[in-house]
Design a protein around this ligand. Structure first.
Ligand SMILES: [Zn+2]
Length: 359
């Protein structure tokens, strides 16, 4: 038993659970948590919108909203704080707030500090953590969005019983996160897992990162649409939705676009898996809604290159899971044995302890 677990037991925040029945798929330690005791707010920041959720300690979503947002605006952080503050308010009946988690499509050197480099948002050394802490008066933990989703998978999802697994996300972007010994592997600069920018083609299309032949430039949503137009599967002005519908209806040129993407992803994941030896790969993200079109060539190619057996899991995806991942950064604090969230996680724990004392 860790010191944290003992502390939560003393506070009455968890009950000892003798057996490990996987009711609702939650891990035993969380089964014992008093779910209604506290909540966290999570926000996923995209270039043109925000998704914000309130989540209870046991993972139950209390409410969510999506609203327009201009990340490039000079007052973006003040506006982000304004969007978050109604969720941070103590409304009657809502469990007390432990803190705010922020998921960013970019690199966060240190989740405790929360300084962000995200070219997609036009953010460079943006002091997201410091600004939100001062405006909201709450603990704030900032992390790369795919890493945050991996934390949520570890706490509540398919990674709950796995010490070592890979998360790969497909959609407009392509990303990955490695959970090793139960914690996200962050690398030397917090930039580990930039899977979308591994080179897979010598003279491939130009990527939004400025390099050529990146995985994301080959299989990201925009790349699929581009290939489909070049192949005559869709016309100019038509997008992914029509491409998917035509592929599902059996149009060969449209099906080929996804089959090619499945093959490219299968080979790229085999590279990652052969190096890292995860127990399972969880494939997530909005791109999985068309997974049946990727799956055949993906599995064939991956299995042809894998040195060992590997399980792939693809879940139905809901875009609010990005924001739920951000909230999990806060909710994971009691289980953050390595102190990834640093002082911010300690503040979350102190709040949790305070609630334990008052009940
Ligand atoms: Zn790139």
């Amino acid at each position: 038993m860790t010191a944290v677990t003992r502390r939560l037991l003393e506070l009455g925040m968890i009950r000892e659970v003798e057996t490990t029945p996987s009711r609702g798929g939650r891990p035993a330690v969380l089964l014992g948590l008093v779910g209604t005791a506290a909540r966290a707010v999570g926000v996923k920041v995209a270039a043109d919108h925000l998704t914000i959720v309130g989540v209870r300690l046991d993972g139950e979503v209390l409410g969510e909203t999506t609203q327009p947002f201009d990340a490039a605006h000079p007052d973006a952080l003040a506006r982000l704080a304004d969007a978050l503050s109604p969720f941070c308010a103590d409304t009657s009946g809502a469990p007390p707030l432990l803190g705010v988690g922020v998921g960013i499509p970019g690199v966060v050197a240190d989740p405790e500090v929360g300084s962000v480099d995200a070219p997609i948002l036009q953010w460079s050394s943006k002091p997201v953590g410091a600004e939100l802490r001062s405006r909201l008066g709450q603990p704030v933990i900032v992390e790369n969005d795919v890493n945050a989703v991996a934390v949520a998978e570890r706490l509540y999802g398919n990674g709950r019983d796995l010490d070592c697994f890979l998360v790969v996300t497909i959609g407009s972007g392509v990303g990955s996160a490695l959970v090793q010994d139960g914690v996200v592997f962050r690398g030397a600069r917090g930039a580990a897992g930039e899977f979308g920018h591994v080179p897979v083609s010598v003279d491939g299309p130009l990527c939004r990162c400025g390099r050529r032949g990146c995985l994301e430039a080959m299989i990201g949503s925009a790349a699929l649409v581009e290939s489909a137009r070049a192949a005559g599967a869709i016309e100019a002005g038509q997008g992914l939705e029509i491409l998917t519908a035509r592929a599902e209806a059996g149009l060969e040129a449209a099906r080929d676009v996804f089959a090619q993407a499945g093959e490219t992803l299968g080979r790229a994941i085999a590279v990652l898996a052969n190096v890292l030896d995860p127990r399972q790969v969880l494939i997530l993200g909005e791109g999985t809604s068309a997974w049946s079109l990727w799956e055949g060539t993906f599995l064939r190619t991956a299995e042809a290159h894998l040195t060992g057996r590997l399980a792939f899991t693809v879940d139905p995806w809901d875009d609010s899971r990005w924001a739920q991942g951000a909230a999990a950064l806060v909710l994971a604090a009691p289980f953050d044995s390595r102190g990834t969230g640093g002082r911010e996680s300690e503040k979350v724990l102190a709040k949790l302890a305070g609630e334990g004392r008052s009940t």
